[in-house]
Design a protein around this ligand. Structure first.
Ligand code: ATP
Length: 585
């Protein structure tokens, strides 16, 4: 952080300024004036300042035989040594710093000093700006959600994580009462009590979170409060505890330090779905809502985009998570077997090995969730039967006479365009409407490439764990090529490519040579999307500076180099103009 600079003239004044005696001739005074950057010099006698002599007067009366005293001007700008240069908004000068009691001239702040001061201010501002950029980046990169309110509970700062989590943009959140942005918030209570609430459970978007609520005290008053989302789901805490336990057990067994191994949980949690792109954040938000209801969900998206983890999380994080999750891929089963798989069959319905009778997936999903993947591939006749099950809430086993009541939530998924299928009479419109209660589209990876590094960062350690190897790293160039690729197979393809490279690479570092050829053959059309924000900002700043320089040079040309006129036209002070010009040179 920059140290608050001292803006007082005392800090900047020249304590050994050039002065003129009243006995100097005009010619001598002119000679002295020509040696300074200022257009006037103080006339001093016995340390006391009598006035100033200006360059203009000297030139005008040079031919007269009068002495310097004859052109002495007694109006000048005297200030005390605690005068702040910040107040010198028009950049004017020089200032004569006189002793408060004796009136003796202590120093001068002339053009050079003012320029030096402005240069310092500019550096200080640039440094502050840099710090702000860093703070902004850290604020948004922080895994934890952070929301800061003022003493009235109005949101002042709101980071990306929180924004993604509650599905409210930063723009929408800032300036609004916090209770309108974060449901069940207790920040207004903390503002009143001034008592921090740490590690408190908080229900948000139907999910249990762990939050801190911290009052901000200043001069004995609560001037605001910070809300921090510490854990996204209590499962994370359980995982941490389990990891610690594992670590302790392993340490006890081996008697030495060990590397922790993440515990694989059976359930899918929201944090297992990797991605921070707005598209994934939106999909997670809808899923959180879906998890809290029994409504039918229709997942759409290209192959490999990640429909299955969303189906799982809706079940696992929902109210029926202790009941079964039964999945059936409609495309993977021959049409002739699909109905018996779905509806089950009665004893004697078939001959041979299937003679015993068996409940279908629908029956097995009773009380829980039935996930029908690739529903767009379901034959029309089966579609009609499924529709009937959904309407009647009962199922008829093949060969059965007695319908069996069922209560399940249906999650259907498809990578087909169902509207088109309806037009081509391959999908029933009435079934489509039954399914389309909570539509959830998972966008293709090419539309959310910022998730690629996150998925890789998550997957690489997992691969090392599975194959019991050292952790591997990946070259930035590989990522750059990955950003240029279109990923027709989406996350599935990404995971496959990563695994291939994981095995192919020499040593522990994945390089471009390990990528499949299709990546290195990609045309280099797209800009380097990987360039970090700060690099981009630096480039932008340089461009702006270049533009400003050109503009100023152009104006100066127009006014034949007259800087006062140019400053006027540019709407800036002369000092600022000098400052800018010194920066360009
Ligand atoms: N955001 C994600 N985070 C972590 N893993 C993901 C993510 N998205 C997808 N995956 C993983 O990628 C693989 C492919 O995803 P999935 O099987 O869900 O695709 P899909 O959309 O169901 O495709 P299809 O229509 O071909 O069945 C799976 O192993 C899945 O767990």
């Amino acid at each position: 952080m920059p140290i608050a600079a001292n803006d007082h003239v005392k800090q900047w004044m020249n304590i050994q300024p050039m002065t003129i005696s009243k006995h100097h001739t005009l010619r001598e005074s002119l000679l002295l004036l020509s040696k300074t950057a200022d257009k006037e010099l103080p006339v001093v006698e016995d340390g006391q300042m009598l006035g100033v002599v200006t360059l203009q007067d000297c030139v005008e009366y040079l031919d007269s035989n009068n002495g310097t005293f004859s052109i002495l001007r007694t109006e000048f700008r005297a200030v005390s040594d605690d005068f702040s240069l910040k107040e010198n908004t028009n950049g004017g000068g020089p200032f004569y710093v006189l002793h408060e009691k004796t009136g003796a001239l202590e120093g001068i702040v002339g053009r050079d000093e003012i320029m030096a001061y402005y240069e310092h201010v500019r550096e200080r501002e640039a440094e502050a700006q840099k710090t702000i950029e860093w703070l902004k980046l850290s604020f948004d990169t922080a895994y934890e959600g952070v929301a800061i309110v003022d003493d009235k509970g109005i949101v002042q700062l709101f980071n990306e994580t929180y924004s993604r989590f509650v599905g409210v943009t930063r723009k929408e959140a800032i300036g609004r009462p916090v209770e309108k942005v974060i449901e069940n918030t207790r920040l207004p209570v903390v503002l009143k009590t001034g008592v921090p609430e740490r590690n408190q459970p908080h229900r948000l978007q139907g999910q249990e979170l762990v939050v801190h609520r911290l009052p901000i005290w200043q001069d004995g008053k609560v001037i605001g409060a910070v809300g921090m989302l510490v854990y996204e789901g209590t499962s994370e805490i359980q995982q941490v505890l389990q990891r610690m336990e594992l670590l302790h057990t392993a340490e006890k067994q081996s008697g030495k330090e060990t590397v922790e191994k993440p515990v694989k949980q059976g359930r899918v949690h929201f944090e297992d779905i990797i991605g921070e792109s707005p598209a994934i954040a939106k999909a997670k938000k809808i899923s959180r809502k879906a998890a809290q209801t029994k409504a039918t969900v229709l997942l759409t998206g290209e192959t490999g985009a990640g429909k299955e983890p969303f189906a799982r999380v809706i079940h696992d994080m929902g109210t029926r998570s202790n009941s079964p999750f039964i999945a059936l891929n409609c495309a993977a089963i021959p049409d002739s077997l699909l109905e018996s798989e779905l509806f089950g069959y009665m004893k004697g319905a078939f001959t041979g090995t299937r003679n015993e009778g068996k409940p279908g997936k629908i029956e097995l999903a009773n009380g829980g969730t039935l996930f029908l993947d690739e529903i767009g591939d379901m034959p029309l006749a089966t579609q009609a039967k499924i529709l009937r099950v959904l309407q009647e809430k009962e199922v008829d086993r093949v060969g059965g006479t007695q319908p069996i009541p069922v209560d399940f939530r249906l999650i259907a998924a498809t990578n087909k365009d169902l509207q088109k299928q309806i037009q081509e009479e391959k999908f029933r419109q009435d079934l489509f409407y039954r399914l389309h209660v909570m539509p959830l589209h998972i966008p293709p990876l090419r539309q959310r490439k910022q998730d690629i590094p996150l998925i890789i960062a998550h997957q690489l350690p997992k691969l090392s764990e599975i194959y019991e190897t050292n952790e591997k790293t990946i070259d930035k160039e590989v990522l750059q090529l990955m950003f240029r690729y279109d990923w027709p197979g989406n996350v599935r393809e990404l995971l496959n490519v990563l695994e291939q490279m994981f095995h192919l690479c020499d040593g522990d570092h994945i390089q471009v040579k390990d990528l499949p050829e299709s990546f290195t053959e990609q045309p280099v059309g797209e800009a380097n999307v990987l360039g970090s924000l700060s690099e981009w900002q630096e480039r932008k700043h340089k461009q702006e500076q270049k533009y400003e320089q050109k503009h100023i040079e152009h104006v100066l040309e127009e006014v034949n180099g007259n800087k006062s006129e140019a400053a006027k036209r540019l709407g800036i002070s002369r000092a600022t103009l000098y400052n800018k010009l010194s920066r360009f040179s």
